[in-house]
Design a protein around this ligand. Structure first.
Ligand SMILES: [Zn+2]
Length: 250
């Protein structure tokens, strides 16, 4: 496999308009587990001619999926490495440790790359064409867009407990019959999104006003604008709609 260089400047990926990226002076570089080289260039460095500096979201429609996923991985590794240069216990500079980890030469603390794990859950009720989905709107979404409920797991909590807690906190309802759907690395900046399907058990929707603008039940044949194809939220929604023999819009 030939080496790929992946260059980030802050959270911006350098995407060449031609085939090759220029040689750069990197502030920080990291050999990724699969052998590619991730480079971080200084924020004040001018973006060279023939290169565009794009956020991962902006880059998504411009790249093939494999290259985009690889760039997201590179970003997560760079962010972890750049944010773990010193010991969190005694502030000594860390040294390379076991595997991909780092170790403090003074106090022995070992640190390893980690994800912030989040759950996302698509809740439904009813059968066939009368099936409805509980979708919510965060003020951060694009106008009109509704999606499934998501939230970070807390230390000491299982994924299932996180689902039940988030659903209760954000929507005021209870669910049952959790089914694992899939997972997705979410490089904004270091997430792992774990997706579940669930059935409504009890309660009326009472969206938490500190997190959500609105939440409602939508019939599968009358869904609102949905998130883009980048996210596992959309993959779950597409699967639910396809299962009912319908199609989602753009
Ligand atoms: Zn230490």
């Amino acid at each position: 496999m030939s080496e790929v260089r992946i260059i980030f400047q802050g959270d911006r990926l350098w995407l060449p308009s031609g085939s090759a990226l220029p040689e750069v002076e990197a502030e920080f570089s990291l050999r990724l587990p699969e052998g590619h080289l991730a480079l971080k260039v200084a924020g004040e460095q001018a973006v060279p001619e023939g290169v565009e500096a794009l956020s991962l979201r902006e880059a998504f429609p411009r790249m093939d999926l494999e290259a985009w996923v690889r760039a997201g991985r590179a970003y997560q590794w760079l962010e972890w490495a750049a944010g773990h240069r010193f010991c969190g216990r005694c502030a000594t500079a860390l040294e390379p440790g076991e595997g991909h980890g780092r170790r403090c030469p003074a106090c022995g603390l070992a640190v390893f790359p980690s994800n912030a794990t989040a759950i996302i859950v698509l809740i439904s009720r009813g059968e066939g064409r009368n099936r409805e989905l509980a979708l919510a709107r965060s003020p951060h979404f694009k106008p009109g867009v509704y999606s499934a409920i998501a939230g970070f797991t807390e230390p000491g909590e299982s994924l299932e407990q996180a689902v039940h807690r988030e659903v209760a906190e954000e929507l005021g309802i209870r669910v049952q019959g959790l089914k694992y759907f899939g997972s997705q690395p979410w490089p904004f900046p270091n997430g792992l999104m774990v997706a579940f399907l669930a059935e409504h058990l009890a309660g009326e929707l009472r969206p938490d006003p500190t997190e959500l603008e609105d939440a409602r039940w939508f019939r599968l044949d009358a869904l609102p604008p949905l998130p883009g194809p980048l996210s596992i939220a959309r993959w779950m929604l597409d699967a639910a709609v396809a299962e009912a023999g319908l199609e989602t819009g753009a």
